[in-house]
Ligand binder design. Sequence first.
Ligand SMILES: Nc1ncnc2c1ncn2[C@@H]1O[C@H](COP(=O)(O)OP(=O)(O)OP(=O)(O)O)[C@@H](O)[C@H]1O
Ligand SMILES: [Mg+2]
Length: 474
Amino acid sequence: MESTRSIGYSLESAIADIIDNSIAADASNIQIRFLPDENSYIAIMDNGCGMTYNELKKAMQYGSRSPSEKRADNDLGRYGLGLKTASLSQCKTLTVISKKNYKVTACRWDLSYIQKKDEWLLQILEKDEINNLPCFSYLENLKSGTIVLWQNLDRLLATGNPHRDILGSKMIKVREHLSLVFHRYLEGADVPRKISIDINNMEVLPKDPFLSKRSTKAMAEEVITIEGQQVVIRPYILPHISKLSKSELESLGGSDGLRKLQGFYVYRNKRLVVWGTWFRMMVKGDLSKLARIQVDIPNTLDELWTLDIKKSSAIPPELVQQNLKTIIEKIAEKSKRTWEFRGKKEQDNKFGIWERLRTRDNGYTYQINLNSPIIKELLANFPKAKRSLIAVFSLIGSRLPLNSLYLDLVQEQKIQNNDEQENETVLQQMQELLSMCKSIDDKRKMLKDFLNLSPFSEHKDFITQNIERILKNE
Ligand SMILES: Nc1ncnc2c1ncn2[C@@H]1O[C@H](COP(=O)(O)OP(=O)(O)OP(=O)(O)O)[C@@H](O)[C@H]1O
Ligand SMILES: [Mg+2]
């Protein structure tokens, strides 16, 4: 039994495994309680269907169900191991208290006791023992439900720091993990039953990794049929970083995470199993970092996937991989275009304010375009200052703060120079510029040229409706 303890569960994946069981037991409410003191414990409680005495005894056995056994459609289990291996990876005493048909029973695996007796002895708890267990009161008002109680948290508390600090900070990670892996159950969309989870009475909120209300669906969803079962693939392109609010960016993993977390998001029965990987079909590039692809597989295809006991890694079957490859190519292309489109817009047309010129030694230089209508008009209107003006423009071009721009960009800082502006602001800007024209006819002509230039071109309708106002400088 000791050997199964080192299977490499993290606290968050262990708790998620216990919650899988609660969901399979049709629970709608899951509560996690932890007490960080000398007698620290973690309890995971649900209002699911519960277990009878015999069912509980069976559930406590390793391999209580075989992987080849057919499971209910909504069952998140597979190996008949999770309850035991996940629990005992974190604690030395696992007690499961369950209520069904108003009857409460409890069983315990206690590793210290087993070691002492040198025998696998499953303890059956007496009624008054049960009544004294922490959190027992949760079951009192329920018709059925289950409490999984972990005590003697030796693994968790091994580092010797004060219990409160360790458990507290680990639980922050647990909360983040649960809000992501169960986000579709927490949202309640398109699952058999919406669930709520709370940790020490604070609700766990769903975290949608696709920001699906704001993202573009890169292409229609694709359905691959394998052995009569459907695998559904839904690609998303996240909004460009400059369009994300601070909290949105944070929920997507921060600017660092955006690149790391691109890739497939694979769900088994709507529960997220693996995410942020292209399964070695493509490298995680900067240009594809807005691409996230949802892949839904039913539990009936388990034997085709390589799914590990912790359900935290999965490798798709060959047939699915081939299909995913073509989708990857299309989607990466789209994500790339989101960047390139913005690049094009910046450079505008040949009358734009900036021009990008190729130099003789095959480099590029950015310069203020003396042929852009605004600059031309300005130079024509101030012939005496023409030479100085040209010198100033050339100086501006040669002093672009490229290094700090580059640093800001790779660190995903928001550069707001080109942000969209209000109609009125653009209109005023236009009036200021037109004020250098000598005649109303000049103004009209320049205004017409402006309409093809960014940012004015983006406010074309508004400007056209207000031409008279602009010309009269109102
Ligand atoms: N919260 C619960 N409510 C009701 N029944 C439960 C609960 N937790 C576990 N069980 C029962 O105990 C059995 C064993 O659970 P366990 O997690 O060890 O294996 P599994 O879920 O069948 O497979 P896996 O190893 O993939 O998790 C389950 O199949 C289920 O019948
Ligand atoms: Mg399980």
